[in-house]
Write a protein that binds this ligand. Structure first.
Ligand code: GDP
Ligand code: MG
Length: 164
């Protein structure tokens, strides 16, 4: 069957923006419980004649005991367990935060291939210096993208495909 790629990271880093940019129209929502953000969302994506299943997740707040946030974290863990490759998304505008480090720890425990994506790099010339701090996560080279401006997406997908 097709390889599975999951997008994970804290809420608001831009996971769904990237998902929607890649998914186009073909989106299937699998509802586990009433509500939207808690659900895993799947799309079939084609890139350079290769196909994969993409999963969006609601987001991971590592330490939250809030019911919704802990359900989102559970869903993200299921997506991680299902995935062949994980897109770990962070946000250059917020910079590296403690929650990112905790998500990185979760991902290391999965022993899955992880691509560290730094989103919201809307201007590569101006913002690249801010990308380098994400090397401190110790989970690989940061890949800069802007999901909303659709910059860097092709290079990121090439790195995903290299794992299939
Ligand atoms: P999610 O919670 O990780 O799924 O994040 P969303 O995709 O819902 O995006 C959170 C916010 O970040 C929204 O206001 C988006 O418009 C914004 N956003 C997403 N991608 C980018 C980007 O590449 N650049 C900028 N400047 N904003 C972005
Ligand atoms: Mg989202």
């Amino acid at each position: 069957s097709k390889p599975v790629v999951a997008i994970v990271g804290r809420p608001n880093v831009g996971k769904s923006t990237l998902f929607n940019a890649l998914a186009g129209e073909k989106i299937a929502i699998v509802k586990d419980t009433p509500g939207v953000t808690r659900d895993r969302i799947y799309a079939e994506v084609n890139w350079l004649d290769k196909e994969f299943t993409l999963i969006d997740t609601g987001g991971i707040e590592p330490d939250s005991r809030d019911v919704i946030l802990s359900q989102m974290r559970e869903q993200a863990q299921i997506a991680i367990d299902t995935a062949d490759v994980i897109l770990f998304m962070t946000d250059v505008k917020q910079g590296l935060v403690d929650s990112d480090s905790k998500v990185a720890d979760m991902l290391r425990r999965s022993h899955k291939p992880v691509i560290l994506v730094v989103n919201k790099v809307d201007n590569f010339n101006k913002m690249m210096p801010d990308v380098y701090e994400f090397y401190n996560l110790g989970i690989g080279d940061p890949v800069p993208i802007s999901a909303s401006e659709r910059i860097g997406i092709g290079d990121m997908l090439d790195k995903v495909l290299a794992y299939f």
